[in-house]
Design a binder for this molecule. Structure first.
Ligand SMILES: Nc1nc2c(c(=O)[nH]1)N[C@H]1C(S)=C(S)[C@@H](COP(=O)(O)O)O[C@H]1N2
Ligand SMILES: [Mo]
Length: 198
């Protein structure tokens, strides 16, 4: 990270300072998934936050899309070494979704339609660091990229940004998700090259 403000909205040169170590720049948007593309009609879609006490907070598509949304421009870093800079999204921040959720849990397990999971500390989902995103580049999010809605946690490697997200379970215990349980790093900071467990 340089000292130049990231809030600058003019056209910027895409420089090496924006690329975490070991990453290369790509301009297309690769599609990666461990299983088949999920196609979840918005009529059937629900998003649920479950706390460590079992309390459930649930939104259907109408309630979810009525929440205040953010427009964000973020850089994406995949552990397979491609990075895509300045991507434009619209989504509901986890701060908004967690506003009425009472919890003292430290860990989050994110679950997707289709069974994919990924884990991260709850503090990495708050303070404007994560969204449930449903629009990309001014359009509804394609199913290939996780539509109708995916998690977006751009400060961690992209495997943490669960596509077709359906819920988050908060817990006092850290439980490895799909890739984390087969050798991907538990945290996954691209700037520290936390790709795999040593
Ligand atoms: N549900 C689900 N989400 C997922 C994955 C997956 O297999 N299933 N793969 C992850 C990985 S490894 C990457 S790199 C990104 C890819 O997102 P993209 O296909 O939009 O580029 O999705 C992440 N989210
Ligand atoms: Mo990935």
């Amino acid at each position: 990270m340089g000292l130049i403000s990231r809030g600058f909205t003019g056209r910027r040169r895409e420089g090496a300072e924006d690329l975490p170590p070991g990453q290369y720049l790509t301009h297309d948007f690769p599609v990666l998934a461990a299983g088949p593309t999920q196609r979840v009609p918005t009529d059937d879609w629900k998003f649920t936050i479950t706390t460590e006490t079992g309390a459930r907070h649930e939104w259907d598509w109408a309630a979810f899309t009525a929440l205040p949304r953010d427009e964000v421009t973020v850089d994406l870093h995949c552990v397979t070494r491609w990075s895509k800079l300045h991507t434009d999204w619209e989504g509901v921040s986890l701060d908004t979704l967690l506003a009425d959720v009472e919890t003292s849990a430290h860990y989050a397990l994110v679950e997707s339609y289709g069974g994919y999971t990924t884990n991260l500390p709850l503090e990495d989902l708050t303070d404007g660091q994560a969204w449930v995103a449903f629009r990309y580049d001014g359009e509804d999010l394609d199913p290939e990229h996780g539509g109708p809605a995916r998690l977006l946690v751009p400060h961690l490697y992209l495997w943490k940004s669960a596509k077709w997200v359906r819920g988050i379970t908060l817990s006092d215990h850290d439980e490895p998700g799909f890739w984390e349980s087969v050798g991907y790093h538990n945290y996954g900071d691209p700037w520290r090259e936390q790709r795999y467990w040593e």
